[in-house]
Design a protein around this ligand. Structure first.
Ligand code: C2E
Ligand code: MG
Ligand code: MG
Length: 734
């Protein structure tokens, strides 16, 4: 071995009083003392094999390829150097090394001492009994060898201990480095992270970023509570208490930031329990969410206001009526007044002067109405030239309603201005009030609507609802059953196929709703869809159609028919905030891809609120749903928006198609629409193809697809299979 470490230290020798004559004496009897070392080594290992722990260690040593004989030889050499070589260079280094190896092999100090006791016994037996030792030397020799044994063991334990200390030192350095990394990470995180000992209300850790939120000390136990806006504190405290009771919580609140601004923060509290379930500490994170909250508020405003006039939109107006009704129900003798306003002559302005003028006029109307009414009243634009008013809480119904109606009429006495034009407009007002004309929102709105129609028809300034105006009285009993019809499975979908004109293959099917009414038999959509729209039940209908259509499409796919299903969407479904989410949910429920459905929207629907429609359509298109404009050509003829919207198909209104083979005008319109579509990169579909002649003309005109009685009538879902048998269908690949 080549350990040239330090020699035995002076201190060691002087403290143990080891001197030269002593070493000399030991060296003199070296032969006598080590003569039988091999026997000793054997005894030594036999002894170690008696103890389970040491015997296991030795066994493992052998299993790992260690040689017991080599160990025995080392033992002999050790005994030899202990007696004779005790001051040789490298002796101490060797002892330190042996100590290190023992530490690394997890041999405990007690076993080391046990081994030394064996040396001690062996040597003293020789000193006492050997005839080769002079009697007068025995006591001194025994003393010398005791000291040498102590020193040998001391140095070995020193090596043992130094190694342990070095390992601990290394660990400590590693931990320090790790801690530095973590704290610099936490310092750079925008979030504040903490851990609070809730038994003693002491912080265990709080990341330094907390200074950015609250410049002075934390008020414990809840971090930053002192800086939280007063009104929001109860919510934060409630969340903390819930965490103390063992549940994780999240709470949003406003905090006064050091720069004097108020910012929104989200705190998350995670309780940690001990084995008995007691909450010991709460870890948490606090992060700024001002941007998110602002975006959410902006969305809220968008969802509740009319983009053109900034008035409340239909949905907010309904919400406010609902709130007003809830509010007055607990008070006696209060009235809620609902008014519907419809402009007279507005369509004429739009048609003759164009949409920009129409829009400008609507803005002015909104402005005048807003200023004519009180702050607490709601003025809304429901769409087109339809406005509405809500007086949420009045002591009586008739007089305030009349007064407001006259104020509204006054808004139309002066002409509206646009460039050099002076435009005179009129307004028809229908009024219904709670509790006299209805107890809930839908009834009140429906009755105000009926009154408004009467005012319009009879050229009255305003009209209160009265019994004789009950809209389409015989219809109402089954109207109110739409919801029930949905839950009773009285609705069903029929499907009408479309074909591609270039090769005659199937291009998809359109879902058309039917109501199998228990009393009135099979009802067509035109008789109940407008009612469902008015009653705000159309979203329920749309959701049902979406789900149902996709479930059928799934069954067809399972039978090998992969064909897109087109679904008709009403205006108010486009206004529904959840619409996109519902589409996605229906797709997921049917395991379908976005290109398994198409959305059909009528031109008029689209124009009712072009901004909102555009938003929804863009989102639909982004997720991969194709969009068709239905009944194209029958509505407004402004085409400018077509370019801006993600439209895939134009469905040419059937009024032009039905007789195109007999009417040149119709044929010209159809050809124009097809060309227009192609110029914009939009495919055209002709609906209402009733005769082969029309089909031939469409093919010649380059129309992309066709639908109509000539190809197939709408059929129940089961009939679609048969149809696909006749037509070369698009077969699913998988
Ligand atoms: P649409 O979307 O334009 O649907 C085409 C209508 O034309 C269907 O009437 C269909 O039966 C009819 N039709 C098809 N081929 C021909 C033909 O060759 N000649 C003639 N004369 N008519 C043909 P339906 O089923 O009565 O639907 C009427 C309208 O009701 C639909 O017009 C659509 O706007 C609406 N609708 C149908 N289902 C739904 C629905 O689930 N939701 C909504 N919101 N509206 C729906
Ligand atoms: Mg349609
Ligand atoms: Mg149509």
């Amino acid at each position: 071995m080549s350990h040239h470490g330090p020699s035995v230290t002076h201190e060691f020798n002087s403290f143990l009083q080891i001197d030269a004559p002593m070493l000399e004496l030991a060296r003199r009897y070296q032969d006598v003392l080590t003569r039988d070392a091999a026997t000793f080594a054997r005894i030594f290992y036999d002894y170690l094999f008696q103890f389970p722990v040491t015997s296991e260690l030795l066994n493992t040593y052998q299993q790992e390829g260690g040689d017991l004989q080599a160990l025995t030889n080392q033992q002999v050499a050790h005994l030899f150097s202990l007696v004779a070589n005790a001051d040789a260079p490298g002796y101490r280094a060797k002892q330190l090394y042996i100590g290190k190896v023992h530490y690394q092999r997890s041999i405990s100090p007690s076993w080391i001492m046990g081994a030394y006791r064996l040396y001690h016994q062996y040597i003293h037996d020789i000193i006492q009994t050997s005839i080769d030792i002079a009697d007068h030397d025995r006591a001194t020799l025994a003393d010398s060898l005791n000291k040498l044994l102590f020193r040998d063991m001391g140095m070995m334990l020193e090596g043992y201990w130094m190694t342990a200390a070095a390992v601990i030192d290394q660990e400590k350095t590693r931990i320090d480095e790790l801690q530095q990394q973590i704290s610099s990470l936490l310092k750079n995180l925008p979030q504040v992270i903490w851990s609070i000992d809730v038994i003693n209300n002491r912080p265990i850790y709080i990341s330094p970023t907390v200074r950015k939120i609250s410049p002075i000390d934390m008020q414990l136990p809840i971090p930053c509570l002192a800086w939280t806006v007063q009104q929001d504190r109860p919510a934060v405290e409630a969340a903390w208490n819930k965490a103390l009771a063992g549940s994780s919580t999240v709470v949003e609140s406003r905090v006064h930031a050091p720069d004097d601004q108020i910012r929104w923060f989200k705190r998350t509290f995670h309780p940690f329990t001990d084995s008995t379930g007691r909450v010991m500490r709460i870890d948490g994170i606090m992060e700024e969410i001002t941007d998110t909250i602002e975006a959410r508020n902006r969305l809220q405003v968008l969802a509740e206001t009319d983009a053109l006039t900034a008035l409340a939109n239909r949905s907010q107006w309904y919400d406010r009526i609902n709130n007003a009704l809830t509010c007055v129900q607990s008070m006696r003798g209060k009235h809620v007044i609902v008014m519907l306003l419809d402009l007279n002559n507005f369509k004429h302005i739009n048609d003759t002067l164009g949409h920009p003028v129409g829009d400008a006029v609507l803005k002015q109307v909104a402005h005048r109405l807003k200023h004519a009414l009180r702050e607490d009243d709601t003025v809304a634009r429901l769409g087109g030239d339809e406005f509405a008013v809500l007086l949420p809480c009045e002591d009586e119904a008739v007089r305030p309603a009349q007064a407001v109606a006259r104020k509204i009429q006054a808004c139309f006495e002066r002409p509206y201005q646009f460039d050099e034009h002076e435009l005179f407009l009129g307004v028809s007002i229908g009024i219904a009030s709670y509790p006299d004309h209805g107890k809930n929102t839908d009834v009140l709105v429906r009755r105000a609507d009926a009154a408004m129609y009467k005012a319009k028809r009879d050229h009255l300034d305003y009209q209160f609802f009265e019994k004789s105006l009950e809209p389409t009285a015989p219809k109402s009993p089954w109207i109110s059953r739409i919801k029930k019809g949905l839950s009773n499975q009285e609705f069903e979908l029929h499907f009408q196929p479309k074909i591609l004109l270039n090769d005659g293959r199937a291009a998809g099917v359109e879902a058309l709703i039917r109501w199998n009414h228990p009393q009135h038999g099979m009802l067509m959509p035109d008789s109940f869809i407008p009612v469902a729209e008015k009653m705000r039940l159309i979203n329920d209908v749309t959701d049902w159609v979406l789900m149902q259509a996709l479930q059928h499409s799934r069954q067809w796919r399972e039978q090998g028919i992969a064909t897109p299903v087109a679904i008709n969407i009403s205006a108010s479904s486009l206004q529904n905030r959840n619409f996109i989410r519902n589409v996605q949910a229906a797709l997921e429920a049917a395991d379908a891809m976005p290109d398994h459905i198409e959305i059909e929207i009528t031109e008029n629907t689209l124009m009712a609120d072009i901004d909102q429609s555009a938003k929804v359509l863009k989102e639909l298109s982004r997720i991969g749903v194709a969009i068709a404009i239905d009944d194209f050509g029958a509505g407004y003829s402004s085409l400018a928006y077509l370019k801006k919207l993600p439209i895939d198909h134009l469905k040419i209104d059937r009024s032009f198609v039905q007789d195109m083979d007999r009417n040149d005008n119709d044929a010209t319109i159809v050809r124009t629409i097809i060309d227009l579509g192609h110029n914009l990169g939009i495919k055209s579909i002709a609906e209402g193809v009733e005769r082969p002649a029309a089909l031939a003309m469409l093919r010649e005109m380059g129309c992309d697809a066709a639908q109509g009685y000539h190809i197939s009538r709408p059929v129940p879902a089961v009939g679609i299979n048969g149809w696909f048998m006749q037509y070369p269908a698009q077969r699913a690949a998988s």
